[in-house]
Design a binder for this molecule. Structure first.
Ligand SMILES: Cc1ncc(COP(=O)(O)O)c(C=O)c1O
Length: 424
């Protein structure tokens, strides 16, 4: 095709796409695909939590959940956390409603006070840096930033963070830790392979910073969409083999198992580290909400797999709808790539360089709210401006289909407009 024919094709494509875009703009669409929240049908799966205790507040050890005590949580709740994190109950603290709070607490303790025998990071460096596999979770980045910790991007592969980049990065003594979402990572959905888990478990032993810590946020450990589920190797087992068990901190919660924001959060670590964390925590609280912990144990004990299968039945069709729409509208056109997670809450979509912001703006102007451009990168800076996080769980299936149609159209329109601009 000659240059002028090529230009004409692009121009007519742009006119057609603009026409379709304006038609959708007139459809009064109002959809929010931003945050990974469970839908009402999903939270309904745990409605039994209300009233499940039927006046029986007595725990397995004979104590009464209604009274003070138990800084580390109910033993049976710690066992539940152990199931999620592949740890012994003694290595787990069952806390309040938010794992992010526990993450903030632990990062802050490592930074200013040191965990257990460890020196605080600030004793050795004025410029602590955390490694951030990208794209990643914006609220992890916000914790680092709020505590004055700098961030360094590490590229993600489909097997986890790039191992060679990690080996190189930890040679810098300012590098004090790493954020990881090891299973169904937010947002790519990737699960770290065993070689990567083993390599990360070794980092606290090989890093130039003697107090290097791995923050292992296993938020989606049981959020499988397929049978058999994807397996994640045990970080703690690998850490024990490498003699680095004091360098790893693991987190989980029931936020996306029962009620988002009204569940139980867990942190797991070596027993000596846990004792040190407990000392610090004791200044803030006499103990967690054990009544809510007891409710959760009564609902979930020996029932997690079955309960999560019910979640999967609700959300799998939504992941399939996103995949179907993207394949149909954008497949084989080399204008976008996206992940096909087998669990978790997100799909990561990449446009051609320089277009994500524009696509998100076009979608917003057609009534579809997407996670702000750059949010999946530290400081909100996506260096290539390509990444868009899709959160399909909250909206209804037919709304999601409409929303994804808008997203796909906006990608086509932004791409064709860019091609026209670049056309010589
Ligand atoms: C990776 C990850 N960690 C933690 C959270 C929030 O956890 P919580 O509700 O326990 O604070 C989310 C929520 O989207 C998440 O995606």
């Amino acid at each position: 095709m000659s240059n002028s024919q090529d230009l004409k094709t692009l121009q007519s494509e742009e006119v057609e796409l603009t026409f379709e875009y304006e038609r959708l703009q007139n459809c009064s669409i109002s959809l929010d695909l931003t945050r990974g929240k469970p839908s009402t049908r999903q939270t309904d799966l745990s409605s039994k939590l209300d009233g499940i205790l039927e006046d029986n507040f007595i725990c397995e050890d004979g104590s009464d959940a209604r009274n003070y005590g138990g800084l580390y949580g109910l033993p049976e709740a710690r066992a539940l956390g152990g199931e999620l994190l592949a740890l012994k109950p003694e290595q787990v603290l069952a806390g309040g409603n938010s794992s992010l709070t526990l993450m903030h607490l632990c990062v802050d303790q490592c930074l200013r006070l040191g965990l257990g025998e460890a020196k605080p990071w600030l004793a050795d460096t004025k410029n602590p840096v955390m490694l951030c596999p990208v794209p990643g979770y914006d609220r992890h980045f916000a914790i680092s930033e709020s505590l004055g910790i700098k961030m360094q991007n590490i590229a993600m592969t489909d097997k986890g963070p790039d191992r060679a980049a990690l080996r190189e990065a930890v040679k810098n003594p300012d590098v004090v830790g790493i954020w990881c979402v090891p299973k169904y990572s937010n947002p790519t959905g990737c699960t770290y392979d065993e070689v990567t888990v083993a390599a990360i478990a070794q980092l606290p032993g090989t890093a130039a910073c003697p107090e290097f810590k791995v923050f292992w946020d296993n938020a989606y450990s049981v959020h499988d969409l397929e049978v058999p589920p994807t397996k994640l190797a045990s970080l703690m087992s690998h850490a024990q083999e490498s003699g680095t068990e004091n360098g790893v901190l693991l987190f989980a919660s029931t936020s996306k198992i029962t009620f988002a924001g009204s569940g139980i959060a867990f942190v797991g670590m070596s027993e000596s580290n846990l004792a040190a964390l407990g000392k610090h925590l004791a200044y803030m609280t006499i103990g967690p909400d054990k009544v809510n912990q007891l409710r959760h144990v009564r609902l979930l004990k020996n029932n997690i797999t079955h309960h999560m299968q019910k979640h999967a039945a609700i959300i799998k069709p939504k992941f399939e709808a996103v995949e179907q729409c993207l394949t149909q509208k954008l497949g084989n056109r080399n204008i976008a790539t996206w992940t096909k997670p087998t669990g978790g809450y997100f799909i990561s979509l990449d446009t051609l360089p320089g277009l994500a912001k524009n696509v998100i703006k076009l979608a917003a102007n057609a009534g579809v709210k997407l996670t702000p451009a750059g949010a999946t990168y530290p400081y909100g800076r996506d260096p290539q401006d390509t990444n868009i996080r899709i959160a399909p769980t909250f909206v209804k299936l037919d709304d999601l289909e409409i929303g994804m149609e808008v997203v796909a159209l906006c990608i086509q329109l932004a791409t064709v407009r860019q091609q026209l601009e670049n056309h010589t």
